[in-house]
Design a protein around this ligand. Structure first.
Ligand code: SF4
Length: 573
């Protein structure tokens, strides 16, 4: 770490990167804001999103399609969702061992079996290994070109769970070929798998000592700046909010998205944010542990930023990356309804009382609210209570209907196999979905995941249940991060059976869970048939030469009689 202390007096070139597999729904928001923040402090910064590279995307698609062909139909579940854990672990093992090694072949087979409950033969596993080999070769060629071209002194990679294998590969390559470049890691991966205080993080730090110089956990911008300025202790490698010694991060002074390095044609939305952390704290979530106290920016500031980005890039559709939009949705959509441009917002929302008011949802629709992503999780009141979701089933029904009435797309997320979920609880979830089928734009489920550290409920579950390793202890060197599960009902196999049953149930009811652009097009057409006030389809936003402003003129088609009357203020009850 000596390098840190003596190299920060000059403003060096900084390269910030996001690697696959992170997706191309939005340009990477974190590094785009960090770029702006560091530019304002005099550092030359370049941002790179490797996710848009066709040859890398093709590698992933090839892997997924090959794997899918080996899994029987009835065990695929929502394949493109649950296969992420398989791809992640297989890719990790691939970079940490010789792919001819017997133990590796057996581990890869086990990784697939633990999610799809299907046993692949040696030839099938080797075929998948060959695809990963080809992927890493392409990544190497591409990333060396980037490093050659950018001539950076500091490489920062923003890492997510799904991009951890590619990121570690890139860090190692950098140290091997460009040893003078300082390497820095940050990003969302520290929320669960590598949560602060976890044994996984401890092991990871040891194993990456030779090729990652510094790690920033949580809010990284101020720490990164101090690191570059040489203001942090030279012997330290991991930095957290605690190292700010009480210095708070004012959201008004953090970076604003700077998208100038990207070709924005690749993305469905632009991204922005208005707050950090979450005011709720559900048991299975890690949001408040990573980000601390909930904070929000002034709504005029957020609206101003959206308008600026709209004018700069001709993009009307924004994904708000806030954990929850509830605290700002009323004021933000009001501010946007007064603007002379139409901006459409997609974001996470909690089904709380104000959402049950059609008057509210209609006003939000006029202000551009386009899609609500709702973590509904379960149709069982008992499970919702155990999760500390602080929502009730009648509220969920009212909220989803109220959003659908206004034409706002309702993307619903469900968790299968929360600890203690019985067959009866699960059937209540299926019943609720059936009841709401015409008001649900899409339904997506996830199996419950347990993390030893990092979730609000981690310790409590560990006290009540035995904890088991999912993969053998010997696999630790290949996987770098271990996976634990709770030895309680429902078992892992039952959880994945419920995922399969959930998917079949939604398919019978005609509720989509779109993956490709064609699927989204069909889901949008269904939504328009079901709801007269439906928002425009995603495809309608593709022609950036013609602005859409139907939200400004939309009128309620029936008289509004609210079943729940509320002011629209944020409500935690
Ligand atoms: S409301 Fe969402 S973001 Fe907030 S704690 Fe619950 S799951 Fe996490």
């Amino acid at each position: 770490m000596e390098k840190q202390a003596d190299s920060c007096t000059e403003k060096e070139n900084i390269l910030l990167v996001v690697l696959p597999l992170w997706g191309t729904q939005i340009p990477p928001l974190g590094i785009s804001c960090l770029k702006d923040f560091l530019l304002r402090h005099g550092y030359p910064v370049k941002t790179v999103d490797a996710n848009i590279r066709g040859e890398l995307k093709d590698g992933f698609n090839h892997y997924l399609e090959t794997l899918k062909n080996y899994i029987p139909d009835e065990k695929r579940g929502n394949f493109y969702n649950i296969s992420h854990e398989v791809v992640h672990n297989h890719m990790m093992a691939h970079i940490n061992t010789d792919s001819k090694n017997r133990a590796y072949i057996d581990l890869a087979r086990e990784i697939i079996r633990k999610t799809f409950f299907t046993r692949l033969d040696d030839a099938q596993v080797r075929e998948l290994n060959d695809i990963l080999d080809a992927y890493y070769q392409k990544l190497e060629t591409y990333f060396l070109q980037v490093l050659e071209q950018e001539k950076a002194a500091v490489l920062g990679i923003s890492v997510y769970s799904s991009s951890l294998p590619s990121s570690l590969f890139a860090f190692r390559l950098t140290r091997e070929r460009f040893p003078h470049i300082r390497t820095v890691m940050g990003g969302g991966v520290f929320t669960n798998q590598l949560a602060p205080g976890s044994v996984n993080l401890e092991f990871f730090l040891e194993k990456t000592r030779n090729y990652i110089d510094a790690l920033f956990i949580g809010e990284g911008e101020l720490l990164f700046l101090k690191y570059l300025n040489g203001e942090l202790p030279a012997g330290q490698r991991v930095f957290t909010r605690e190292d700010l010694k009480g210095e708070t991060i004012d959201l008004s002074s953090t970076g604003r998205p700077d998208y100038r390095d990207y070709n924005l044609e690749y993305y469905q939305h632009l991204a922005a944010y208005g707050s950090r952390s979450c005011p709720i704290g559900c048991t299975f979530c890690s949001e408040i542990l990573l980000w601390g106290k909930y904070r929000k920016r002034h709504v005029n500031e957020i609206a101003g930023e959206l308008i600026r980005l709209n004018r700069a890039h001709d993009s009307q559709l924004f994904l708000m990356c806030d954990s929850l939009l509830n605290p700002i949705i009323k004021d933000l959509t009001h501010a946007l309804s007064l603007a002379d441009v139409s901006i459409y917002l997609d974001g996470y929302l909690r089904a709380d009382k104000p959402v049950c008011s059609r008057e509210n949802t209609f006003a939000w629709r006029r202000g551009g609210f386009y899609r609500a992503r709702l973590g509904l999780e379960s149709g069982s009141p008992r499970i919702l209570e155990m999760m500390e979701k602080k929502i009730t089933i009648p509220q969920v029904i009212e909220a989803v209907s109220s959003l659908a009435f206004a034409g706002i797309k309702t993307t619903t997320y469900w968790i299968m196999g929360y600890p203690g979920e019985t067959e009866e609880d699960f059937l209540q979830t299926l019943d609720l979905i059936e009841r709401l089928k015409d008001d649900i734009y899409e339904a997506d489920c996830n199996p419950f995941h347990y993390y030893l550290t990092g979730q609000v409920g981690s310790n409590e579950w560990a006290e009540k249940n035995k904890i088991r390793l999912l993969y053998p202890e010997e696999a630790k060197d290949m996987l770098l991060t271990q996976t634990w599960h709770l030895d309680c009902e429902p078992s892992r196999e039952v959880i994945y059976q419920r995922v399969n049953r959930f998917v079949r149930h939604c398919s019978r009811l005609g509720i989509p869970n779109p993956y490709s652009m064609y699927d989204i097009y069909r889901a949008d057409e269904r939504w328009k048939k079901l709801h007269q006030n439906a928002v425009p389809g995603l495809v309608d936003f593709e022609d950036k030469t013609t602005a859409i402003n139907e939200n400004k003129h939309i009128k309620s088609l029936i008289s509004i009689q609210d079943s729940v009357s509320d002011s629209g203020d944020f409500d935690l009850d």
